[in-house]
Design a protein around this ligand. Structure first.
Ligand SMILES: *[C@@H]1O[C@H](CO)[C@@H](O)[C@H](O)[C@H]1NC(C)=O
Length: 476
């Protein structure tokens, strides 16, 4: 296993880093002390020595003062290599950014190169102070260039001239877990592969966390790299709820022909009587994976309860949690809750983690109306369907083009005087002309206006027809 320690000199980075230390920063207060530094501090060491002498003398002559001195001063800090941590300061609170609470951001990676640039774009946009976030990646069972791309993107991320924009300590761990399942969507999401896939994912998470969690961390944030859209303020938004474990709702966009959008993460759910009864019938080692027809659990899923206009702060108590985006207080893990790589209450990995946290009386909630969006990756069926739609579209275009060409040909023939069409056309025209002349000959005469000594007179032809009896007087 390689481990690359990147440090930007935050208090958390109090660990010697093996391998290359790419991001040593001038603000580092915890760099290994050198002789020149010793010389620089010599005057203060002298003053310190005098103070120590005075304090010792006081304590000898007034023993009552001793009870005012914290024990740690007597015992700690004599050795360079001893660090003192007060874990009651890293319990996690609702407004952690004001108390400078550190977050460990964990991302398990497997053949993740195609998604890494998007993931780093998310990292750059997070509003939680970057210098308070340490990053930990576990790269396992990868055949692509995940590691090299990751190092490249990290160098770019940390190259920010504003040191506050750079992240804290960064660790990359490499370890294979022998996942043999193919990484394509179908194999990953197929029912048969789920239990063993979930167990090796659980191991990867536990290895990553146990290697990266420091006594300085108040929070742990798990984030998948294939999240496409999420609020920049997600860490603060989740933290504000001050829960031990909290997850947002996770949906994914779909092409229009599939309905536009769809619930994605079905692993966040509330326990149901049906599922408990089902669990009782199963073998001790069985693992229920939620969201498959094979296990009809009738559990209320966080995903299906979403109302796009609902209150994003609304909370729902859940038992199983999905792993796309989990914010948890570090104390949950310190208490021993983990991602079971075995059947815990008939569940494994993140669902088992939720159940275990609940079992230890931690609060576990989901936000049904606070949604982040997972990338849409077409399934084999979708790809087949899209290929068919593509074929149909091309066939339609060919047909339309042929039809257009046929019509143009007809039009050409119609306009060509030497053609039969033209002869017929003029025959039809002649016939029509004769008909018009004939009908005009039969038309009754119309009224006309005549001028008579400067006065206009309307002559109605009907007046000129001789009538029997008295002729009506002219109207003027
Ligand atoms: C990050 O912010 C920039 C600028 O607002 C935006 O263009 C980009 O899409 C954001 N990245 C992600 C992954 O949301």
């Amino acid at each position: 296993m390689h481990r690359y320690g990147y440090s930007n000199g935050q208090p958390a980075a109090a660990y010697p880093s093996a391998g290359k230390a790419a991001f040593i920063d001038p603000h580092n207060k915890f760099q290994p002390r050198t002789r020149s530094m010793l010389r620089r501090y010599l005057p203060s060491i002298k003053i310190g020595g005098i103070i120590a002498l005075v304090v010792t003398a006081l304590l000898i002559f007034f023993p009552g003062l001793r009870s005012y001195i914290p024990l740690s001063i007597d015992e700690g800090f004599e050795l360079e290599t001893v660090r003192y941590y007060d874990l009651s300061n890293v319990q996690g609170t609702a407004r952690g950014w004001e108390r400078e609470e550190r977050i460990l951001l964990c991302a398990p990676l497997r053949d993740a190169a195609p998604h890494l640039p998007m993931f780093f774009s998310h990292l750059k946009n997070l509003t939680y102070p970057h210098n308070l976030i340490d990053l930990a990646f576990l790269v396992g069972d990868s055949k692509d260039n995940t590691i090299s791309l990751l190092s490249e993107l990290l160098e770019d991320l940390q190259a920010n001239p504003d040191w506050k924009e750079a992240y804290g300590e960064i660790s990359i761990m490499e370890k294979d877990f022998g996942q043999k399942v193919n990484q394509d969507v179908e194999s990953r999401h197929g029912f048969a592969a789920q239990a063993s896939r979930r167990k090796s994912m659980a191991q990867a998470r536990n290895w990553l966390l146990s290697a990266a969690l420091r006594p300085t961390h108040s929070w742990v944030y798990w984030r998948d790299v294939d999240v496409e859209t999420a609020p920049f303020t997600i860490l603060e938004d989740l933290m504000r709820h001050n829960k031990d474990v909290i997850v947002p709702n996770v949906w994914r966009p779909l092409p229009d022909w599939l309905g536009g959008e769809q619930p994605y993460d079905l692993n966040s759910w509330q326990e149901s009587e049906t599922a408990l009864a089902l669990a009782d019938t199963l073998d001790e080692d069985a693992v229920i994976v939620e969201g498959y027809a094979e296990y009809a659990t009738w559990r209320p899923h966080l995903a299906y309860l979403r109302d796009p206009y609902g209150d994003p702060d609304m909370e729902m108590e859940i038992d199983g949690v999905g792993g796309v985006s989990i914010l948890a207080k570090a104390r949950v893990f310190r208490s021993g809750v983990h991602f079971p790589a075995f059947s815990f209450e008939k569940h494994a990995e993140t669902e088992g983690f939720g159940k275990m946290a609940k079992r230890m009386k931690f609060s576990v909630v989901g936000l049904p109306h606070y949604t982040i969006w997972h990338l849409y990756e077409p399934s084999v069926d979708d790809i087949r369907h899209m290929e068919e739609m593509d074929k149909e579209r091309k066939a339609k275009e060919t047909k339309e083009r042929e039809e257009r060409e046929r019509m143009e040909k007809i039009k050409d023939q119609f306009d060509n005087p030497s053609s039969q069409w033209d002869k017929d056309k003029s025959d039809i025209r002649n016939m029509a002309k004769q008909e018009v002349e004939a009908s005009e000959a039969e038309k009754p005469a119309e009224m006309r206006v005549e001028s008579n000594n400067g006065k206009a007179r309307i002559i109605d032809p009907l007046d000129e027809i001789p009538v029997l009896g008295e002729k009506p007087p002219p109207s003027w």
